[in-house]
Design a protein around this ligand. Structure first.
Ligand code: C8R
Length: 249
């Protein structure tokens, strides 16, 4: 007891992990002024704290999605797979597209790691299961659930940046393939424009067989288009605000 009181007096935290994660969460959340960040934090924690970190289903985050729902941004929504850096280098500089990381939940959780433990109220940021260690880990389930909700509100002309420097730009195990694409609904989504990002050493183009699979899985009422765009073109467009969004590729 004496040690605890001394600790509190000296400002030494008993839960350094919890405090650090909460601090990052609230600092990032505050950029979105219309939300109650304390409340969203509490709802977030409920999803995984006290639970086996390999048994947190994506549905555990339903209340979190309800607390910070995604707003549709018709014709501006950008999905991606294996192109995280190119996409965000571009979207950070130009206000042309909205990715999941431009929304409250996506930006708050980007790059973070978290999990709980059965029989404990503590939050851990290290020693958590990795992405593939077990499928129902808190981080993976969060991205699955958030991506599903983001895809559910997709509307109009939708874009997806895929990686033309790998053999399978439309990777069947990706979140884009398993969660997002299958949710695009032709009553809301008019077209899907795949932006295939190429580099000098081009590995593939729009004829890639995996893109045939993509078209098969796409709701038949949705128009499909694929455009090969070099990474340098995307960078140039990011750097030059004079180029209109529609003229980038
Ligand atoms: N999306 C998924 N994963 C995300 C993410 C996001 O917005 N943001 C981050 N930081 N992550 P990948 P994918 C992390 O294989 O599986 C949405 C996750 O921790 O290149 O097709 C987004 O809307 C995860 O480890 O892509 C996008 O359209 C990787 O980044 C797809 O899903 C996912 O990397 C991308 O998911």
């Amino acid at each position: 007891v004496v040690i605890i009181i001394l600790g509190v007096v000296l400002g030494v935290s008993l839960r350094p992990n919890t405090d650090e994660l909460k601090q990052t969460f609230t600092d990032r959340c505050k950029a979105f002024k219309e939300y109650d960040c304390e409340k969203i934090w509490d709802v977030f924690v409920q999803a995984f704290v006290g639970k086996d970190p390999c048994n947190v289903p994506m549905e555990a985050y339903n209340p979190l999605i309800d607390a910070a729902p995604f707003k549709p941004a018709c014709n501006r929504m950008m999905f991606w797979s294996k192109t995280k850096n190119v996409v965000h280098d571009f979207t950070d500089k130009r206000d042309c597209y909205v990715t999941l990381e431009d929304t409250l939940l996506g930006s708050v959780m980007d790059g973070l790691n978290w999990c709980g433990k059965e029989g404990s109220q503590e939050i851990f940021t290290t020693g958590c299961p990795g992405w593939t260690d077990c499928e129902k880990n808190p981080v993976r389930s969060f991205w699955n659930r958030a991506s599903a909700a983001f895809a559910d509100v997709a509307c109009g002309d939708v874009s997806a940046m895929l990686n033309g420097s790998i053999a399978t730009p439309f990777s069947p195990s990706s979140i884009f393939a398993t969660i997002e694409l299958v949710r695009f609904n032709s009553t809301r989504v008019k077209s899907l424009n795949v932006v295939l990002v190429t580099q000098k050493t081009e590995v593939t183009d729009c004829t890639n067989p995996s893109l045939k699979d993509l078209q098969k899985e796409l709701d038949q009422g949705i128009k499909y288009k694929c455009t090969e765009v070099s990474e340098s073109r995307i960078e140039a467009c990011g750097a030059d605000p004079q180029i209109p969004c529609g003229g980038c590729w």
